[in-house]
Design a protein around this ligand. Structure first.
Ligand code: ADP
Ligand code: ASP
Ligand code: MG
Length: 403
């Protein structure tokens, strides 16, 4: 007998037929002699609809109440699935995040799980129940509901799998596994049988939403046996693991993040401490920075510009804070631009293979895509481009490495 955690995303539970399809997968797993904990997302576009509804009331909803609202979607799914499972003749009990013992920090909207108290889930399993847990939510030290950030149900599933020492954590979704690029944007994308935690973490962080990046981080930390599979086709999926048995590829995938804006601080004095002053101010105001670029001049004393990227929702706040501190930071002006995208290639093999960057830039050049910023690390190269070019760029870069 194994203990298996199965997570089903929004498309997989979108309507009655899909809920019965999930109930079928879950009960077959239980009938094969396994203990099963199921984690569910909200149905279809429910979470987006809730965000829209809140927007009809106010443009600035209290963060605590936003989480109360958003967590409701998962509560609907869990009850409907429990009913479907019971209808198939199995015993099921649904639990909200707090009932399931998911404790988080205080950050509404992007809370981190700091502890899972699995006793209640465990005692239900011991009584031969299938346990269904609402994904994406927990409770903080004020006993208030928190949510984990968009796509966070994957992280709920991995956290529960880690806490229960589950034998396997399966993320059921609407594609057959992890592909070399989003198969909806790149028709030639290929399914990977295996991928390492590190590569998956980079891909997820750089925009491949097939897994929530924190779920991958947690699976690596607690060595959770993780796989991504389709709830619709039942084809073999993708295993995410520490080391893969296949030969290391130079590039394992291409990702695109369309939530990118750029801010440029122009005319900073060429003196020590300028970057420190700019970025410590932004950090104090909890603005998350991604790529940073400083102009370099070989003439000492020339004023310098620093550009950085942020999520689109942070652009206005970043500009406002900088403007307010213009005199203290001694810069000339600040400009900003949204409607950008970041296209990245990821692969641990690129460290030892020269020419990878040139190949990526050649693909972009051939597709007439203008690069605004470049950032590299040992296992990734990212470029910031106009969002209108993102689909074309993603396909061009993907095909250059995989065709
Ligand atoms: P769920 O609702 O099941 O959590 P998501 O929409 O969060 O599903 O994630 C699945 C989607 O991720 C797919 O439909 C696909 O369009 C997208 N995706 C982006 N990059 C990749 C990739 N590299 N491999 C597979 N899917 C990807
Ligand atoms: N329902 C949440 C969302 O849409 C969480 C999830 O699906 O993982 O982001
Ligand atoms: Mg998801």
């Amino acid at each position: 007998m194994a203990l298996i955690v199965q997570k089903f995303g929004g498309t997989s539970v979108a309507n009655t037929e899909r809920i019965f399809n999930v109930a079928d997968i879950v009960t077959k797993t239980a009938a094969a002699g396994n203990q099963v904990v199921v984690v569910v997302s909200a149905q279809g576009d429910t979470t987006d609809d809730f965000i829209e509804k809140a927007g009809e009331i106010t443009s600035n909803p209290p963060a605590r109440e936003m989480d109360v609202l958003l967590s409701a979607g998962e509560q609907i799914s869990m009850a409907l699935l429990a009913m479907a499972i019971e209808k198939l003749g199995f015993r099921a009990t649904s639990l909200t995040g707090w009932q399931a013992g998911i404790r988080t920090d205080l950050n509404y909207g992007s809370a981190r799980i700091h502890k899972v108290k699995p006793e209640r889930i465990q005692s239900l399993l011991d009584r031969n129940r299938i346990v269904i847990v609402a994904g994406f939510q927990g409770i903080n030290s004020h006993d208030s509901i928190t949510t984990l950030g968009r796509g966070g149900s994957d992280t709920t599933a991995v956290a529960i799998a880690a806490a229960l020492h589950a034998d396997l954590c399966q993320i059921y979704t609407d594609v057959d596994g992890v592909y070399t690029a989003d198969p909806r944007i790149v028709p030639g994308a290929k399914k990977l049988d295996e991928i390492t935690f590190d590569e998956m973490l980079e891909l997820a962080t750089l925009g491949a939403q097939v897994l929530h990046n924190r779920s991958v981080e947690m699976a690596k930390k607690y060595n959770v046996d993780l796989e991504v599979v389709s709830s619709l086709t039942r084809n073999p999926g993708t295993k995410v693991k520490e080391v893969t048995s296949v030969e290391k590829m130079i590039i394992s995938g291409v990702a695109c993040d369309k939530d990118t804006a750029r801010v440029t601080v122009c005319g900073l004095p060429d003196e020590p401490g300028k970057a420190f002053r700019v970025f410590s101010l932004l950090a104090k105001n909890k603005i998350n920075i991604d790529i940073i670029l400083q102009t370099s001049s070989n003439q000492p004393g020339t004023k310098q510009d620093i550009s950085f990227t942020v999520a689109t929702a942070s652009r206005e706040a970043a500009v406002k804070i900088l403007e307010e501190n213009k005199d203290r930071l001694h810069f000339d002006s600040v400009t900003s631009q949204d409607g950008l995208a970041k296209v990245s290639i990821v692969g641990s093999g690129m460290v030892s293979n020269p020419g990878v960057a040139a190949k990526m830039f050649e693909a972009l050049s051939d597709a007439h895509v203008n690069i605004l910023m470049i950032a590299t690390s040992e296992i990734k190269i990212s470029v910031v481009i106009d969002i209108a070019d993102s689909g074309r760029a993603l396909r061009a870069v993907h095909d250059k490495f995989f065709e």
